[in-house]
Ligand binder design. Structure first.
Ligand code: GLN
Length: 283
């Protein structure tokens, strides 16, 4: 039998030894989630005993993380916009910087009864958050991966927005309903060939189809932007998450296709992270 304090220390040391940056944070979360022991309990009662079953469960989770598995996959869920999303290896774990994109969309679209298309929805984080924070919105969420769509549909059900969200399995626009959307949103795979080689180990466990954007990272933007106008109402908006070094290239692609009002915004870290543009009214 061990104590909470010792279990914490062993876990943190194991993760640090594995070269893991967020050792303290991750072990705290594991103790809280697996044993119900919050940070407050840990500090007030490090002497509290832990059963050998609980010890095994925590150590196993620590081993998986040390082995490079993302914390979200080990826990089976991840937080985004204050909501809990189920995640599994078929979907990208929602990133905090993507919250900035959702906030921007809400700022511009909330209350307009907008109907949107989310391309490459993954866990559904973007679409489901939009619907949660704007009860007047409706949307279609597509993904090429059947497994990702199952996860997203479960999330939509758990977060009680399924009545306003339609899912469709589609390679970008190929299979989306024939309608014109008020706006399109996408966090497509945008990592370049060169940057793929330097992904941190936990990111390497995430689906390549959600990360790799072709040699220069722009392949999917090119495909979406080429066809987007045909799926938008005149003047409709398009919102993209972009890579830190795509603040010029993605706007240039949008401009080539006649999009206007192109604006790039940065994330919390001060890096270019998202772009919004409007389709022309007449074309
Ligand atoms: N932001 C993600 C990462 O850092 C990449 C997401 C994407 O390609 N859309 O790994």
């Amino acid at each position: 039998m061990t104590t909470l304090g010792k279990l914490y220390e062993t876990g943190v040391n194991a993760l640090k030894k594995a070269g893991y940056d967020d050792a303290v944070y991750s072990v705290r979360i594991l103790l809280e989630e697996l044993l119900g022991a919050s940070a407050a309990v840990l500090y007030a009662h490090p002497e509290r005993t832990v059963t050998s079953d609980d010890e095994k469960r925590v150590n196993l989770a620590v081993e998986r993380i040390a082995d490079g598995e993302p914390l979200g996959y080990v826990l089976g869920h991840s937080e985004f916009m204050g909501l809990s999303f189920s995640v599994d290896p078929s979907v990208l774990i929602p990133r905090p910087e993507t919250e900035n994109l959702v906030e921007w969309i809400l700022e511009e679209q909330k209350g307009k009864k907008a109907c949107f298309l989310d391309i490459g929805t993954g866990s559904g984080a973007i679409a489901i958050s939009l619907l949660t924070f704007d009860p007047a919105m409706k949307g279609v969420a597509c993904d090429i991966s059947e497994q990702a769509l199952k996860t997203a549909a479960q999330n939509a059900q758990d977060l009680k927005v399924s009545d306003r969200l339609i899912f469709c399995q589609s390679d970008l626009f190929t299979n989306v309903p024939e309608t014109r959307f008020d706006f399109i949103v996408s966090n497509p795979p945008y990592i370049s060939h060169k940057d793929m080689e330097e992904l941190p180990p936990p990111v390497q466990r995430e689906p390549e189809t959600a990360l790799y954007g072709g040699p220069d990272g722009l392949d999917i933007y090119r495909r979406i932007i080429r066809e987007a106008k045909e799926h938008l109402v005149p003047g409709g908006a398009i919102y993209f998450e972009i890579g830190y070094d795509q603040g010029h290239s993605v706007p240039a692609l949008l401009q080539e296709q006649g999009f206007t009002d192109i604006e790039v915004r940065k994330d919390y870290a001060g890096l270019d992270r998202m772009v919004r543009a409007h389709a022309p009214f007449i074309y």
